[in-house]
Design a protein around this ligand. Sequence first.
Ligand code: FBP
Length: 556
Amino acid sequence: MDKLSELQKLRLDFKPVLPSILKSPFSSIKPKAGKPTSSISDAAKLKEIFKYNFGKPVVTFAKGKNPSLNKKILKVGVVLSGGQAAGGHNVIAGLFDGLKKANKNNKLIGFLGGPSGIIDGKMVEITEKFIAGYRNTGGFDIIQSGRTKIETPEQFEKSKRTILSNKIDALVIVGGDDSNTNGAMLAEYFAAQKAPVQVIGVPKTIDGDLKNDMVETSFGFDTATKIYSELVGNICRDVNSARKYWHFIRLMGRSASHITLEVAFQTQPNIALIGEEVLERKMTLSQVVDTIVETILERADEGKNFGVCLVPEGLIEFIPEIKELIKKLNDLLATHEQQLRAIEQIHAKKDYVYKILEPRLAELMKSLPAAIENQLILDRDPHGNVMVSQIETEKLLVEMVEKKLRDMKKEGAFKGKFASITHFFGYEGRCGFPTNFDANYCYALGYNAVLLIANGMTGYMSSVRGLTKAPAQWIAGGVPLTMMMNIERRKGEDKPVIQKALVELDGKPFKAWSAMRKKLALEDNYLFPGPIQYYGPASVVDATTKTLRYERTAKE
Ligand code: FBP
């Protein structure tokens, strides 16, 4: 039996390229601080909550003598939090190599199974031998992940105990917006408790919704969108060959439609719905269905009873009437948690929910297919988010499109045929071998986090920028977590959170898509990106996402 595939063996030897600035000895890299920062909004409230960490400056590393570098031996803990994203293992490899470069006696500890590993004190020391088998590989299996939120005073206290009793100097939290929000809370807690523990975040999520000027993309987005693009491209070719089905493909990405937009650029399907546009235009569910039907009819008129429609998994949350329903359900599920937990049968749970909802919203809920109703009242994740990956929006849309076309057929308004196939591409995009981009980016993020720690920073996110350039030219530094925050309603309460970056309708990527979509709806200009390539010409193996190229060329 083989232990490793040929590609596995080859990828272990890939040497990530560090930004040039990070290659110097640490004592020759100086942090340059910018001006004090604020938050996205709600500055006064956030200043009150984050008394110790609010307003810190953005930091960029530059060449120069650094006499204030912390030379003491460091013990750093790392945790992988939330959904998997390709490159997590390289963050750990970058951390490990950075720590050993600073001092061979430095230690890296991995908390097992996500944040619960910190609470429960479950950990493992990461050694050269241990990390060797994981370099440049996908997945989070080196120390696994989890979605526990460190929330209650007891959990904060237990986390502090684990960290102090193990003499850990700094904690690196690799996570998305919610996990990094948790990181900001921990940094503040440690500061308030006078516990000498630094907290540094690393931007992870395939969803691509943790980004701003200083954090150009989260890791994993590049690999996930390339994997989905290969699959969608293959379906486009099948569609174009068989010419008999409409494929409705739901793509992961939580609330934001960045993944769908990027896959649309890479494959040029006939329809790509963008949740943020649906919200902005306040489109009802039946209006969304109408726009799909319009394209189906136009294509049928040309004898094309086939096509590809991309559906972002978060679409359902953006349809105003359903958004209102979900918002209400979020509050009610939190306030009636115990009562609902005591009810076992799903139909009884639904009856209970109908009674506590306003009649108008109860009627709306009853009008949805039973499966969708059930999915809407599923438990929220520990951060209070609806688990949109469990809601089969593509099936809801197909059901409604079919009904509309049946009615039109009876009236003689539709003469074509409609046969559909639904898909959901989600989990298959999260653990592939990281692209060269993600392998380099993650390694740099981990390595850079060590520099932030050695320079005494806390409450910062590791930031590596200038990503459309070659890795050697990337800029490294840190961005204060509070700078990305605002106050939002979660589980029925106002909470400080890192704001999700949604698709901006006046941004270059969306504008580029809206300029091309009319033509793509009718013509069949499908693109077939094929599988990720790791070896070959730079135009193929090092290509960043189109989203990043559109966004950064708009700004540079
Ligand atoms: P993160 O935000 O934690 O990175 O999660 C990303 C994601 O893959 C979403 O796209 C998806 O909706 C969700 O995780 C699925 O969660 P789970 O893995 O708990 O089923």
